[in-house]
Design a protein around this ligand. Structure first.
Ligand code: HEC
Length: 152
């Protein structure tokens, strides 16, 4: 009886490892494979496409020059302090933006618009462009620090 219970438990454990942990390992490998540090944060085309969408959906609160009004600054010294203080990663900031913004209509834009707008913000802040378009996976090895934009 004991032997059989043990066999069952081992079988269940193996099943757990297979179902729960294995896909996790796969995900981690996929993320590592898609983020190439030299490929940059976004493409120039993407940033350009994001400008109109930013002005239409975000500028009312964050202002056209990204220095903020009713919403916090997304550029300059205040944004640099925010990034330094929170140590937020580009992947996290994109996820926050896509889920919580616009603050008066969270999550209502298309994913492509959020990505393009994020590219526009990154370009405005002088993060380096490259060959890889903005995506959660594609930015997983990148950091927003040090802040490359102007802080005064
Ligand atoms: C109705 C006003 C409003 C609109 C429109 C709006 N935001 Fe915000 N946003 C805010 C407020 C208020 C905060 C700070 C509160 C919070 O973190 O939830 C914020 C925070 C943020 C932050 C985090 C920065 C920080 O310092 O906290 C980002 C990034 C951001 N918004 C991006 C966007 C983008 C991109 C859009 C357009 C798709 C957008 N917002 C539209 C009001 C707005």
């Amino acid at each position: 009886m004991d032997g059989m219970a043990l066999t069952m438990r081992l079988a269940l454990q193996r099943l757990f490892v297979l179902i729960v942990l294995w896909p996790g390992v796969f995900d981690a490998a996929a993320v590592a494979a898609t983020c190439t540090p030299g490929a940059g944060f976004y493409t120039p085309e993407q940033a350009k496409a994001g400008q109109a969408a930013y002005n239409a959906n975000c500028a009312s609160c964050h202002s056209a020059d990204l220095l903020g009004n009713s919403g916090p600054a997304l550029s300059g010294g205040k944004f640099a302090s925010y990034v330094q203080f929170t140590k937020i990663t580009p992947t996290q900031l994109l996820a926050f933006t896509s889920a919580q913004m616009p603050a008066n209509a969270p999550g209502t834009l298309a994913a492509a618009d959020y990505n393009n707008i994020f590219a526009y913000i990154l370009a405005y802040d002088k993060y380096r462009p490259g060959t890889q378009p903005v995506s959660a996976d594609g930015m997983s090895c990148l950091s927003l620090l040090p802040y490359p934009g102007a802080t005064s």
